[in-house]
Design a protein around this ligand. Sequence first.
Ligand code: GRF
Length: 204
Amino acid sequence: MATNIGILISGRGSNMVSLIENSISGNLGGGRVVVVLSDVENAPGLEKATDYGIKAKYIPTRSGGPKLTERDEMDFIDALNESNVDVVCLAGFMRILSNILINKFKERLLNIHPSLLPSFKGLDVHKRVIEYGVRYTGCTVHFVTEEVDGGQIILQKCVPVLQNDTPDTLAIRVLKEEHKIYPQAVKLLCENRLRIENRKVIID
Ligand code: GRF
């Protein structure tokens, strides 16, 4: 049976597009993207999803702060249930989730972060990476737990930081790798090949 995937976005949705394209070409191991939800009304990703024939919906939220309220989360859950979603992928979703959504989709909720976690959690990652002077950065696909950017790591890809990199040039190279590892991680999940053992993810 197919695994129905829902994607949550707040912006341009390039990772979303990568997941949708892999879904359409059958590269998500039985997973297929069925719905895209955004907390931002004019998120460019919504229109892109529609162009691919995917149901895309703006979910208005009551709080403007970084954390969703419980009622906001219930609205997201209702919309996900409406499309019979099994797996949720956060792809540039800029709000912090509470344990309602996290528990509901326990071990079926993924995020992509543009650094080699646990280094450089949070925002403004590429600027902080360059300022710190690390030689390597990268991206991480991880399970979502209540600790922001702290869930178990599924896949990572390393990207060298070049001497003359700006946050923008670095972001472009990291993003290219994000677009590869996110579908790979989702495929592994949809194929039931991921097992969580405390902090670690074991890949069959
Ligand atoms: C990506 O860099 C992702 O790692 C981070 O937010 C950005 C979203 O970009 N969580 P896009 O909307 O997928 O293009």
